[in-house]
Write a protein that binds this ligand. Structure first.
Ligand code: DHB
Length: 311
């Protein structure tokens, strides 16, 4: 029997596949669809202190090789998502969940995380250090000093299981510097990667999306090599207690297999879920199981991180 079950921290999941934050996770209705699908979990849309309408439309567009978005953090406010995941955890049949959060300033981030700390929520929290789309707000995780300061402060009061969503890094020195910071903290996971920020897609002579004169986060096929490199770079550098969630360019079983081979314990689907809908989890799970069966692997631990090099 082939199984795609996995664990993150002390939480068990019957399937290692789930949505990526931002896709199918804005409302209770969307989240309930992921809960009812074969996905192993869901992550909520990144919640801020107050609800936000986000950037003007069009702000998300699919193209043949992926997607571009500059949503601008539209969300119903972190309390909406905190209430929903706290409600679901009362049901013993419920999957464990990920609550995605970030403030528009470090002060706001601490205010939110303190509320979550004081709440009855017992699940996982994902602090989003990689939103590329709010005009005037740089991505936190590209500023290593700010990142270290925020994490230092967070772990003075936050004791629930916490991970961080990272942007892609593109230089070996940055992998080294980022990992040296993350290894100082009791993080449960890092999630690699968010979209490749501030790309530009054009149709004829015009940009595809309205915010930021067309600049937006790139997802889909375009980003799989970058995502795999980030998953593997952090798998090689982080202490074993910090697990890796792999996100970026997953649309079939082979893509999920590659993320796990690079070290991912859980694999998230963003653009392809947006394009295909929640039934994608049935297809990708079956494709992944078929690859595992062909290779004689019964669990994802049989091949996780076991990427071969050429000597
Ligand atoms: C948005 C996009 C992101 O990539 C992210 O991490 C958070 C928010 C957005 O534009 O809404």
């Amino acid at each position: 029997m082939v199984s795609t079950a996995t664990k993150i921290g002390n939480f068990s999941f019957t399937n290692c596949l789930m949505n990526a934050a931002g896709v199918y996770c804005m409302t209770r209705e969307e989240l309930a669809e992921i809960e009812a699908s074969t996905a192993g979990s869901f992550v909520t849309k990144t919640g801020t202190l107050e609800a936000r309408p986000g950037n003007p439309e069009p702000r998300y567009v699919d193209v043949p090789l992926g997607s571009i978005n500059s949503m601008g953090l539209p969300n119903n406010g972190f309390q909406y998502y905190l209430d929903y995941v706290t409600e679901l955890q009362e049901n013993p049949e419920s999957k464990p969940h990920f609550l995605s959060l970030v403030g528009l300033s470090p002060e706001e981030t601490h205010l939110i995380l303190k509320k979550v700390q004081e709440s009855d929520y017992k699940g996982l929290v994902e602090l989003n250090l990689s939103c590329p789309n709010v005009p005037g707000k740089p991505q936190i995780a590209y500023d290593f000093e700010t990142t270290e300061t925020i994490l230092t402060e967070v772990f003075t009061y936050f004791t629930k299981p916490l991970g961080i969503k990272l942007p892609p890094y593109f230089d070996i020195v940055h992998f080294d510097q980022a990992a040296a910071i993350f290894n100082q903290f009791p993080l449960t996971f890092v999630n690699c990667v968010n979209s490749i920020g501030n790309g530009l897609l054009i149709d004829d002579e015009t940009v595809l999306i309205k915010p930021k004169n067309g600049f937006g986060g790139i997802g889909g096929d375009y980003i799989k090599p970058t995502a795999l490199a980030n998953v593997h770079a952090f798998y090689q550098r982080l202490k074993p207690e910090i697990q890796i969630i792999g996100t970026g360019g997953v649309k079939n079983g082979r893509d999920a297999f590659e993320h796990i081979l690079c070290g991912a314990s859980m694999v998230q689907i963003g653009t392809a879920l947006q394009q295909e809908g929640p039934s994608i989890f049935d297809r990708v799970t079956e494709e992944l199981k078929e690859i595992m069966a062909e290779k004689g692997y019964q669990t994802i631990e049989d091949f996780r991180g076991k990427l071969n090099y050429i000597h």
